[in-house]
Write a protein that binds this ligand. Sequence first.
Ligand code: ADP
Ligand code: ADP
Length: 220
Amino acid sequence: MTAISADGLSKRYATVTALDRVSLSVEEGEIFGFLGPNGAGKSTFINILLDFARPTDGSAALFGNDCQAEGVAARGRVGVLPEGYSVFDRLTGRQHVEYAVRSKDADDEPVEILDRVGILDAAERQASDYSKGMKQRLVLGMALVGEPDLLILDEPTTGLDPNGAAEIRSILREERDRGAAIFFSSHILEQVEAICDRVAILQDGELVAVDTIDGLRQSI
Ligand code: ADP
Ligand code: ADP
């Protein structure tokens, strides 16, 4: 099933066209890379999907539900790793995941989630003690709660050491293999190349290519 579809999506601010008629679709069972330099419009696109921003023109849908009109219906099927996420310094890792389980009305075991993202050892420590990479794993773990059909990840492996990034990639492959759609936004080509089945390249708000990694290589 189509997880994300955008049709002629545009967003203009007073002096900037952040998105210019972007059309794409992301299917369940694929890891889809959204590659573009800072300022290309990646966050704007994600913000529209999550109904934090309204398009100037065009439309976007999650599982066939228009993001603005009826997007709420699909929201429960989506796990998000936002850029600039925050954690609660005074809560432990386990408490964070418990919170996600409760708020999604899911039945995941917090300990199993923490084990999956490789921070079980730190389950009882406060998040203020976590390194940046551990916080990133924790927020990814929260996104995995409830077996979402779509994961929207903003720079999920940026700032991690190579081992950490590889572990995150292996979790994302498992999620894809159970049938989820993965939307992987990044400004770093190597990170997208290392995992994505298909890639869209965004520049100044415009899609300049959508293809498989091999297809893109041949056209460069
Ligand atoms: P990216 O996530 O790829 O770095 P953004 O979507 O954040 O790109 O930004 C795309 C463009 O839109 C940039 O030029 C940015 O400055 C501009 N922009 C984003 N949000 C706003 C806003 N709320 N008001 C005005 N301009 C914005
Ligand atoms: P990124 O490039 O990593 O997406 P930005 O610094 O562009 O981050 O944007 C951070 C936040 O600030 C976003 O919510 C974006 O919508 C907003 N923003 C970006 N550029 C502008 C701008 N020129 N005016 C107002 N808000 C902006």
